[in-house]
Design a protein around this ligand. Structure first.
Ligand SMILES: Cc1cc2nc3c(=O)[nH]c(=O)nc-3n(C[C@H](O)[C@H](O)[C@H](O)COP(=O)(O)OP(=O)(O)OC[C@H]3O[C@@H](n4cnc5c(N)ncnc54)[C@H](O)[C@@H]3O)c2cc1C
Length: 497
């Protein structure tokens, strides 16, 4: 079985890396022949870092960025802040890092693991039947594959070829985006300035460079194709912030008309949509790239299961069931953030009071912090498996003791295998899944248990809880495992005799 990934952005590269790590033959077709020089996304949230940690990549990315622990906003009546200091994570911050660095890391990983990356190849046509998918590339007959994943961005050609609706709307709000160097002293935070004439977000890259995301009420009639120079950015920054901020240098800028759209279906037969091809939202909340990378982590192990022949029938469909609502939430959050930034004057009057009230309520700030960071994502149980309280949710990293060795839980999570953590005295749950050893790593843990409530926990390859039990019998363990991981090789052979 083979997979073709269309598009070598962060989503496609993450997917290709996970598939290659699992030994699935994977080729990435990318129409660009040059590296993109765009900064685009600037924030990597805690949950994405956790997933990259499970893939052994976070250690390399974090030193390349600037960890920021809070969002701080000035709304004319003092400062308000929202903390990103997640006590439940090894990554209690948003990592501010240019998208190009995240992409470079994911590209290196995918290539090292054996993914083929073919640049200068634009997918122009697609045909699929029950046996596979055939692509047209640069207008000529192209390769075939068992599955194709469209990671070809907001204007996805594959999505259009599939006739999948991209429901939503364009915002009228024009934003200016610029990477600038300034000597202005700003706090170590994502700084937001909201005034009567507009709003600015200033995430710091930590080396004197800042991304400026500017909504300037006075610039809304400027045509989108008008060049955007340093003088216009400086004027907007000063007008909106009311401060005498200098701009020593500008390395990138663009006008940006943002959209809020989502693909109606994430799967059509043997073709899947992921990343911006499946959902686009405003830059507020920095959710686009994060959601795309997590789409990839969700889909990769399901395609791997199909490749190895043990995917239950519903597994590939669960990609849409699980990820479509997550995309919807990302659209809603960034919509809310954009609307509060570009609020009309009447709303601006009450905005500081409402914001102060909201941010003074700990359960709300916890919810906001975790939702923006992706820590609240939780998936419904698959068909036929009853929901236990924690099924589908994220599990905190913790230190296990396995065979006398200390090891972090996240280090044990691999892109192509489930993980069964057994905390019982006799290790009976770990022993019960011996027949699935080609797809499950089972460990008897003598260290900290990820949840005190359960002695047996089954984790998916993307780090979410598949199943857990307080003290299961071996048969209960086997039933849960068979539900997720299919019949064992032995039982399939036996039933075909
Ligand atoms: C100007 C701008 C600013 C942004 N700012 C932010 C931000 O501040 N925060 C944030 O979170 N997000 C931001 N985003 C969005 C973020 O960049 C995307 O969410 C992210 O890049 C999505 O990754 P992706 O891999 O899904 O798609 P992309 O990064 O768009 O990658 C798609 C790839 O597919 C290739 N491709 C397209 N068509 C074909 C084809 N037919 N055949 C072969 N290859 C093809 C493209 O060349 C590209 O390399 C911004 C986007 C833009 C455009």
């Amino acid at each position: 079985m083979s997979v073709i990934v269309v598009g070598a952005g962060p989503t496609g590269l993450m997917l290709a890396g996970d598939l290659a790590a699992a030994g699935v033959p994977v080729t990435v077709l990318e129409k660009r022949s040059m590296e993109s020089n765009l900064t685009r996304a600037f924030g990597v949230h805690a949950r994405t870092l956790e997933i990259l940690d499970m893939r052994g990549c976070a250690e390399a990315l974090v030193p390349q960025g600037y960890p920021v622990g809070k969002f701080r906003s000035h709304m004319g009546r003092g400062d308000l802040s929202l903390s990103f200091r997640h006590p439940e994570s090894r990554f209690p911050f948003v990592l501010i890092v240019p998208q190009a660095r995240t992409e470079a890391l994911l590209l290196r990983r995918a290539e090292e693991l054996g993914a083929k990356i073919e640049v200068g190849t634009e997918v122009t046509g697609l045909r699929q039947d029950a046996d596979g998918v055939t692509l047209e590339v640069n207008g000529a007959p192209g390769p075939t594959a068992d599955y194709v994943v469209a990671c070809d961005g907001a204007h996805s050609r594959v999505r259009a070829l599939l006739n999948v609706g991209f429901t939503g709307r364009n915002y009228k709000t024009k934003l200016l985006l610029a990477d600038i160097r300034t000597s202005a002293q700003m706090q170590e935070a994502i700084n937001g300035l909201m005034g009567r004439d507009g709003a600015i977000l200033f995430p710091a890259f930590g080396d004197g460079w800042y991304r400026a995301v500017i909504w300037d009420r006075a610039q809304q009639d400027v045509p989108m194709d008008a060049p955007l120079g340093i003088d216009e950015v400086l004027e907007s920054v000063r007008r909106v912030s009311g401060k005498d901020i200098d701009i020593a240098e500008m390395r990138w800028s663009t006008r940006f008309l943002t959209e809020r759209r989502q693909a109606d279906r994430y799967r059509v037969g043997r073709v899947f949509l992921a990343g911006d091809a499946a959902h686009v939202n405003s830059p507020m909340g920095s959710l686009g790239m994060n959601t795309g990378i997590q789409d990839a982590a969700n889909l990769a192990w399901k395609l791997t299961a199909a490749h190895r022949g043990w995917a239950p029938e519903w597994l590939l469909d669960s990609y849409h069931t699980e990820r479509h609502p997550v995309g919807q939430t990302a659209l809603r959050i960034s919509d809310l953030l954009l609307k509060s930034a570009v609020a009309p004057p009447a709303v601006q009057l009450i905005r500081p009071y409402v914001a102060r009230m909201v941010l003074a309520t700990p359960p709300i700030t916890r919810f906001l912090r975790r939702t923006v960071a992706g820590m609240n994502i939780s998936y419904p149980p698959p068909p036929g498996l009853p929901r236990s309280s924690a099924t589908g949710s994220r599990v905190d990293d913790c230190e296990l003791i396995v065979d006398g060795r200390r090891v972090r839980l996240y280090e044990l999570i691999k892109p192509d295998r489930f993980l069964l953590v057994d905390h019982s005295e006799d290790g009976a749950s770990a022993a019960a899944v011996a027949d699935w050893s080609d797809r499950i790593t089972a460990v008897a843990n003598r260290g900290q248990q990820p949840s005190r409530r359960y002695t047996a926990m089954l984790l998916r390859p993307d780090g979410y809880l598949a199943w857990s039990h307080r003290s299961p019998s071996p048969d209960q363990v086997r039933a849960a495992v068979a539900h997720w991981c299919g019949a064992t090789r032995n039982s399939r052979q036996a039933s075909s005799v």
